[in-house]
Design a binder for this molecule. Sequence first.
Ligand code: GTQ
Length: 352
Amino acid sequence: MTSTENTTTDERAYASMAELSAAPLWRQYGELMPAEPPSRARAHLWPYARLRPVALHFSRALSMAEAERRVLMMVNPGLTDPPATVPTLFAGIQIVMPGETARAHRHAANAFRFIIEGDGAVTTVNGEQLAMRPGDLLLTPGWHWHDHAHQGHSPMMWLDGLDYPLVNSLNAGFFELYDAPVQPVANPDEASSRQFRHGRLNPAWRAPSTDHPGVSPVGSYPWEETERALATIAEAASVAGSAAEGILLEYSNPWTGGPVLPTIACRIARLRAGFAGVPRQHTASTIYHVVSGSGSTTVGEQRLDWNDHDTFCVPGWARYAHQVASDGDATLFSYTDEPVLRALGLYREQWL
Ligand code: GTQ
């Protein structure tokens, strides 16, 4: 057999493979088994000062009848189809105007809201009405009915965090509309959150939901309590906190002490003026939202300069470090897919 015949045979064999929906692993091995994870997601920052006027424009131009939710998606330049902020998670800015309602629905994806501005709106989650004030964290776990209504006076804007990119990639996405625009309020006094408010004393007559494992029973984590915890801890000059993230607190599920949602951990950090974080990398991807203050985060070769209410992301396995300006403390809210990676034995981290 000559080498020419051999080549022709190979070509035919490759063509047959393609026809059979088969492929040669030897041609793609390096991509499929990378030495280290090469995230398609890029480090990116979405400046609130520029998104806000666009959201306000659509609050006038687009009625709630035309949109299931009026949300500006923060689409990572490396993850446009399907749109996602990091491979597993989504961030969006939602705007609801006085008098408007975002109708009741539920989806398999877990979600939370972190309030940016406005007052007088409520989210009802499985019959429990939760107030929305700046800095509050509200959970709308997967398959929980939720609707948003605004009875206040100024535009209500918040950060939406969802795990739909992960849920859809696992082919587990479901969605359903409620059979009325809003659901009835069964617990008008934030009963679930109130019963767990103390933090170290849990209602002993209740048990974790078997329908929603890994989901916190607390609907709302109000800013007032978050700020008190941060201030109390940061007050002690001797407390250094995390070398990478400063005084870093995790919102916890009182049943487990672990993350508030099975797929998403939510955290709040106070970084003191002049803070310079130790660089590190981990397989978890993180989305940050600046509650207040200014600083910068170096991700690989890039520097993201952030200010009040900006949102930015650090893709998994990227090397990053935070720096805070010397003229004031900074407060960063963040959420991460770390619980997913840990549950699957895929969490790795490295300090640099
Ligand atoms: O408020 O229920 O940003 O269903 C994306 C999908 C918000 C919501 C989003 C949603 C919602």
